[in-house]
Design a protein around this ligand. Structure first.
Ligand code: BES
Ligand code: MN
Ligand code: MN
Length: 462
């Protein structure tokens, strides 16, 4: 292990430079204009896997973006770890809010990252975290210190719902055989408060369209006499929460897992400073479901949020118009036992039902995903715990998180394998926001920690 760690030390600068190069490729999966760049990012990481020593590296096309695979099988008797991550990124907009170019990475110090952070789209989510694994793998292999077989599956459609990865897994079940799936695509509580993610929320995502008159109207000539779809959509959306911020869709909470008082107490022991939280976000006060703490609201409770809303005139200056249509994209984060398809149907039924007679509404379904909870009494969880304790000098805290990685539940179903969610980002790293960044401390801490995971895991599986 000493040799591995000193190899990492010696190659720090190169590891970073390579990541920075990868971050210049705008692999935006949501926007078809970038299909070529998404393919380039796949080719880049396939090439780096090869140079690191992976075998049978392949870039497999799917109906969407390609999946990159590579492996190093040392001995079928050893345990096999499958590393999953994604090389696609979120669109960078709104561009005007970036302080530097999203695809021209720069290193800047921040209050939270005094040693510097890499500012670029995808730096934390998830290229930076995927790259830690590739470099840890290189470092172990170069020093004859890889104690497990390893397989990499890096996809290009996570940010758009992983629509083709299920089919890829089913078609490649044999090839993907493994003992555990290792994922770094989540957060730790803080750089001096390590944590391991033990749960992720599920997702139901819909788009709604409200239509009124058969054309846009002069808002002076018709305003006040004809229902305005923008006004009506706002009314309808507002009615989806009550005064306690409970969601009003009948049946929405029916299957929600009831977390015991003991578990809630334990959960709330995790360090959390409300003042810091508000200050970081630039808000005076928080708002959420009555009866729950902030930590609970973003982990064990389901939510409903408008992700985007549009209609009428949004260009420069003023145009007096009563729009014919208004739309919104709405996401619902789900917790254990809630079924995404059922929730989508409940939403659709309710939203159509509350539509007043002077408009028509259409509800369209987007992607969804199931929530997951990962066990803590497994060799993989223990290995992650020991590895983090070793490198952070502090035992990591188990923590359920609010984000979603829908493919984790699918891995369990299709491959019959559990995942361990050992991420190294911070919630404040601005993932999906302008000025996304990833701490250098976090990048290097990840590379340092991962080899310990393999070593402890191999020992525990003996
Ligand atoms: N890496 C995130 C998920 C995440 C972030 C989990 C932080 C825990 C902490 C992932 O890339 C993501 O953004 N997932 C999407 C879901 C997908 C279906 C678009 C999400 O959570 O919105
Ligand atoms: Mn991610
Ligand atoms: Mn993401």
């Amino acid at each position: 292990m000493d040799k591995v760690q000193s190899y990492i030390q010696r190659n720090q600068k190169r590891f970073l430079d390579e990541l920075l190069e990868w971050l210049t490729i705008p692999s935006i999966s949501a926007d078809s204009k970038y299909k070529g760049d998404v393919a380039k990012a796949a080719a880049f990481i396939a090439d780096k896997l090869k140079t690191a020593g992976a075998e049978n590296v392949e870039i497999t096309p799917t109906a969407g973006h390609p999946v990159v695979y590579g492996e190093k099988i040392l001995d079928p008797a050893l345990p096999t770890v499958l590393v999953y991550g994604h090389y696609d990124v979120q669109p960078p907009d709104p561009l005007n809010l970036w302080e530097s170019e999203p695809f021209v990475p720069v290193i800047k110090k921040t209050e939270i990252h005094p040693q510097g952070a890499i500012f670029a789209r995808g730096s934390c989510d998830d290229k930076g975290q995927v790259y830690m694994h590739v470099k840890a793998f290189e470092s172990m292999l170069a020093n004859n210190a890889l104690p497990c077989n390893i397989k990499f599956m890096i996809e290009g459609e996570e940010e758009v719902g992983s629509n083709n990865l299920g089919a890829y897994c089913r078609a490649n079940k044999e090839k993907l055989t493994c003992d555990v799936i290792l994922i770094s695509d989540t957060s730790i509580i803080g750089n001096s408060t390590p944590s391991i993610t033990t749960g992720l929320r599920g997702l139901s995502y819909v788009e709604v369209e409200v239509t009124g008159p058969n054309r846009d109207l002069h808002s002076g000539v018709y305003g006040g006499a004809v229902a305005n779809p923008c006004n009506i959509l706002c009314d309808m959306i507002a009615s989806l929460h009550d005064e306690n911020r409970h969601i009003t869709i009948p049946g929405f909470y029916e299957d929600v897992e009831v977390v015991s008082e003991d578990e809630r107490k334990e959960m709330n022991k995790a360090p959390f400073d409300l003042e810091d939280y508000e200050k970081n976000l630039g808000i005076k006060e928080i708002l959420g479901e009555k009866g729950y703490t902030t930590l609970e609201r973003v982990s064990i409770r389901p939510t409903l949020d408008v992700n985007g809303i549009w209609g009428g005139y949004t260009g420069e200056g003023a145009k007096t118009v009563l729009p014919a249509k208004a739309s919104a994209k709405i996401s619902m984060r789900l917790v254990p036992h809630q079924d995404p398809d059922k929730i989508t149907q409940l939403f659709k039924y309710h939203f159509e039902k509350i539509a007043p007679p002077y408009v028509t509404v259409k509800v369209m379904e987007h992607h969804g995903g199931e929530p997951v909870v990962t066990p803590t009494d497994t060799p993989e969880y223990k290995a992650a715990h020991m590895a983090m304790e070793k490198t952070f000098g502090k035992a990591p805290i188990p923590k359920r998180e609010g984000g979603s990685i829908p493919i984790v539940a699918l891995f369990e179903k299709v491959l019959g394998v559990k995942s361990v969610l050992m991420g190294f980002g911070l919630d404040t790293d601005a993932l999906h926001s302008p000025n996304e960044h990833f701490g250098l401390f976090n990048f290097y801490k990840g590379i340092e920690t991962i080899p310990y995971f393999y070593s402890y895991y191999a020992d525990l599986k003996k």
